[in-house]
Design a protein around this ligand. Structure first.
Ligand SMILES: *Cc1c(COP(=O)(O)O)cnc(C)c1O
Length: 310
């Protein structure tokens, strides 16, 4: 199994649950924008084979958790094809972008995947939880893997096509019909309504990014390609002090301190995290369809207010 350095922890957790062991997950290098490097994937496959392992699955990510990076799916699909490996795309976060004609190019190549995970409960704001696993397979794979043919529950002598029944295809037993929420929302909003939400989120992200660039003390971690806006708030006492030996350590303390203040104040909740060698930075996700430019202004003003004495 191969996955980028910035993939979701669920990949390792899945390997542990399946009994493959986390040592079976090989970490593929990502570039400075957080995208999997296909050449390193190729290299990891060769290394694994040289050790006598049989690499069988690559998990690419469309929309990584922190940076919102999209892996180069076409190039990764080429590698999978060359080595006969299963091509999975973890599009839990970024999959909804496919609904936007303007931005769906970020997922070019996803049509070549063997499986895709997509969470409409994230960017589309469907009620938690609503997660889809999409499979290219037409051989009833899930039934073959998970089916237990409990005859007292899953009768085969029904009046309709029983291959439509999902009960015996899943890992669990009784589950809610989560897809109904998505179906109803899609019916209510229409494809265009959902597309508008995505486009609006991208547009508002752009507004926030341009504001951050004009304000003193705000520093982008990088130009975002998705709706994850990662930035530092550099308080007055640290401005222009990048050369100080304890700069990074002190900058790292700013986000947790401001988070505590905003929570106690009850004004905002913004996530932060360290990332590789980078000091703690804020990560604003511009996804809620009711957000406006005024909210973005408030967010930046509030950070300035809460951090003015730091
Ligand atoms: C949220 C997320 C997951 C986890 O999805 P759940 O359905 O909540 O388990 C996996 N991968 C990525 C990239 C995510 O953003």
């Amino acid at each position: 199994m191969g996955s980028s350095a910035l993939c979701h922890y669920s990949i390792n957790k899945g390997a542990a649950f399946l009994g493959l062991g986390t040592d079976s997950v090989r970490v593929v290098k990502a570039d400075e924008r957080g995208k999997m490097i296909p050449e390193d994937l190729e290299r990891q496959i060769s290394l694994a084979e040289a050790e006598g392992s049989v690499p069988f699955l690559v998990s690419a990510t469309s929309g990584t958790t922190v940076l919102g990076a999209f892996d180069p799916l076409d190039a990764i699909a080429d590698v999978c094809q060359r080595h006969g490996m299963w091509f999975h795309v973890d599009a839990a976060w970024g999959g909804s972008v496919l609904l936007s004609q303007t931005h769906k190019h970020l997922l070019d190549g996803i049509q070549r995947a063997d499986s895709v995970a997509w969470n409409p409960h994230k960017l589309l704001a469907a009620g938690l939880q609503c997660s889809a696993l999409l499979l290219r397979d037409t051989s009833n794979l899930l039934k073959r893997c998970h089916g237990f043919q409990a005859s007292y529950l899953f009768q085969q002598d029904k009046f309709y096509d029983v291959t439509l029944d999902t009960g015996d295809k899943v890992v669990q037993c009784g589950r809610r019909v989560d897809c109904l929420k998505l179906w109803l929302m899609w019916k209510a909003q229409g494809g265009q309504g959902l597309e508008r939400r995505i486009d609006q989120a991208f547009a508002l992200t752009r507004y926030l990014v341009e504001e951050i660039k004009t304000r003193e003390g705000f520093e982008l971690v990088m130009e975002p390609e998705f709706v994850n806006v990662c930035f530092w708030f550099v308080p007055p006492s640290l401005r222009g002090k990048q050369e100080r030996p304890d700069y990074k350590e002190r900058l790292s303390q700013v986000a947790p301190m401001l988070k505590e203040r905003m929570v106690k104040e009850g004004s905002m909740m913004i996530g932060y995290q360290p990332h590789g060698p980078r000091a703690n930075f804020f990560r604003v996700i511009v996804a809620n369809p009711t957000l406006t430019r005024a909210d973005m202004d408030f967010l930046l003003n509030e950070l300035e207010r809460l951090g003015q004495d730091l």
